[in-house]
Design a protein around this ligand. Structure first.
Ligand SMILES: NC(=O)c1ccc[n+]([C@@H]2O[C@H](COP(=O)([O-])OP(=O)(O)OC[C@H]3O[C@@H](n4cnc5c(N)ncnc54)[C@H](O)[C@@H]3O)[C@@H](O)[C@H]2O)c1
Length: 320
């Protein structure tokens, strides 16, 4: 049994991770400010003695440091972030504060408490607009196109320097967009929101041809555990995504089919949905596959599963 401190443990991915760690008999402390997370996602976890949570903000170093000192985790699994890729330019300090300085606060607290193992949820957006597809981990990321990608890339840099300087062990995962139960943000969410307001018309950002890969949360979880169980030394980077990719149009066809709607599609036009939207995201994942990991869900299943979850849990759409 190990002790996991999970930042962002009340969010979509973090709460699913908490449940999976508890199911394996580990002890879990969730550290979250509940900004985008929800206590509802912790209902199962709270039934377990091995679970506790602290309401706190990773931007507040002293609270974070004290939490690490008291809990003495074996692992910090760092999900807390501003995960909203799209609105970075509206609040230009936000990604820096949450994703870069917040990440420094997390690894520094880990170091001071003697916690040696870090898992960091980075992103395929850190590649900016790569020239190579599928994009391997070794692909250079010289030019950032979003503040989100830039802030995560800087977070990766801080973690790698801590690994070299203080002998921490880190696994950095660059995720594609994740789908499935507890999903609360992203294109499926936005399209359903728009259709709730007007079922006859759907605004699509860009030209609908953007080609993106996705991954079901259950496939993601299995991938994370492969590396946590392996616990490799030093600094390690893994892409995690699906071999397949969907155009936005294809994704919409599954969403409206689930909702039994036939809206007229209105495109805003252009290759990108917004500044910083990468028209193509597809990651090369053979490094992780060589360790025995593979996907079980198709992208169509992922999109449909997400829509069904949101229909069943409408309050998540209402609170946005
Ligand atoms: N969902 C995806 O498709 C995706 C893709 C790539 C990377 N990621 C990364 O995975 C991680 C989890 O994403 P998610 O989709 O679960 O997002 P989410 O918004 O559901 O979860 C983030 C959690 O962090 C908490 N949080 C935010 N700021 C905080 C702060 N300052 N202090 C403490 N807690 C804070 C939120 O309340 C929330 O519970 C993020 O780091 C995100 O960047 C997600």
């Amino acid at each position: 049994m190990a002790k996991f401190l999970v930042t962002g443990g009340a969010g979509f991915i973090g709460s699913t991770f908490c449940d999976s760690a508890l199911a394996q008999g580990h002890q879990v402390l969730c550290f979250d400010n509940f900004e985008t997370g929800d206590e509802f996602f912790l209902n199962d976890a709270k039934k377990t003695q091995a679970f506790s949570f602290v309401k706190g903000d990773i931007r507040e170093f002293d609270t974070l440091k004290d939490t690490f000192q008291k809990f003495k985790p074996d692992w910090v699994v760092h999900f807390a972030a501003n995960a909203d890729v799209r609105r970075g330019l509206e609040r230009p300090r936000r990604d820096l504060d949450y994703n870069t300085i917040g990440t420094w606060n997390v690894v520094e607290s880990a170091r001071l408490s003697g916690c040696q193992n870090v898992m960091f949820s980075s992103t395929g957006s850190a590649y900016g607009e790569p020239k190579v597809f599928p994009t391997p981990e070794t692909c250079p990321c010289p030019e950032q196109t979003s503040l989100y990608g830039a802030s995560k890339s800087a977070g990766e840099g801080i973690i790698s320097a801590y690994c070299h300087g203080y002998n921490l062990n880190a696994v950095v995962f660059r995720f594609v967009s994740i789908l499935g139960p507890r999903y609360t943000h992203g294109h499926v969410f936005d399209f359903i929101q728009k259709l709730r307001k007007n079922k006859n018309e759907l605004e699509v950002l860009g030209n609908g041809k953007q080609l993106k890969s996705y991954l079901h949360i259950s496939d993601l979880m299995r991938g994370l555990w492969v590396l946590i169980n392996l616990n490799p030394k030093g600094y390690n980077v893994y892409n995690i995504g699906h071999d397949d990719a969907l155009t936005v149009d294809r994704s919409i066809s599954y969403i409206i089919d689930e909702l039994k709607l036939k809206p007229e599609l209105k495109y805003t036009g252009g290759e990108r949905g917004w500044i910083g939207d990468s028209p193509r995201i597809q990651l090369e994942c053979s490094k992780l596959k060589k360790l025995g990991w593979g996907t079980e869900y198709s992208l169509e299943q992922g999109v449909r599963d997400t829509v069904r979850y949101l229909i069943k849990n409408e309050f998540l759409l209402d609170r946005a």
